[in-house]
Unconditional design. Sequence first.
Length: 270
Amino acid sequence: MSRISGAFALLQAQGRKALIPFVTAGDPRMNMTLDLMHAMVEAGADIIELGIPFSDPMAEGPVIQRASERALENQVSLNDVLQMVVAFRETNNVTPVVLMGYLNPVEVMGYQAFAEAASKAGADGVITVDLPPEEGEEYIAALKSHKMDPIFLLSPTSTEQRMAYICEQAGGFVYYVSLKGVTGAASLDVSSVEKKLEQIRRHTDMPIGVGFGIKDAPTAAAVAQVADAVVVGSALVKRVEDNLGQPEKIIPEIITLLSGIRSAMDAVSS
């Protein structure tokens, strides 16, 4: 059983839902990411989503775009991100790590080389935002050959046919993008999310995580009542950005936000 499958199985046995926080690797500084990862686990994270900085992160809103820009200014590369996972695994061999990024850096490294390096580093899955699974046969095969879960996105506009195809190709969990638009945008209609998840569940037994638009504890709690996992990204990255001048406040702020979200989720899902 993979770390991701194991995490969801344990949570299901406990009657709890997964909290999946996102941060951009290397933001605000390369040497802070490892501490952030451990702090998120301390605050209740079940799976960590680690963003690979990219120059044109098309799915991201302005908050995460600026985080990528800061990380790239720090010259953070894909290899650096993998080394952060290696360092994390030195003291945490339990919490799954999912890499989230775009195809170009992976293509430069090569599919097999990337899959092997990511697996050896201790990563468990990859979300490659701009790769349609219909065009990813070689890449998906490379990931699966190294026991890495290829995690794909579904959206409010996904058809039944596409849901079926993506669920067939995916591993680990299915990521439902709850809003039309980019990360950090708009407000969430949980009733619409619930209806879409009912559709998706007709095509898969895998857990379904919901992300985009989850900014606070009440929203996370509402989503936790209908989804298997709650993904929180822009709200955390905004805490980083708001404290660039006082970096010592970043980790306490993130722990406070995540702890509140964890408590609110547990209150409704137990």
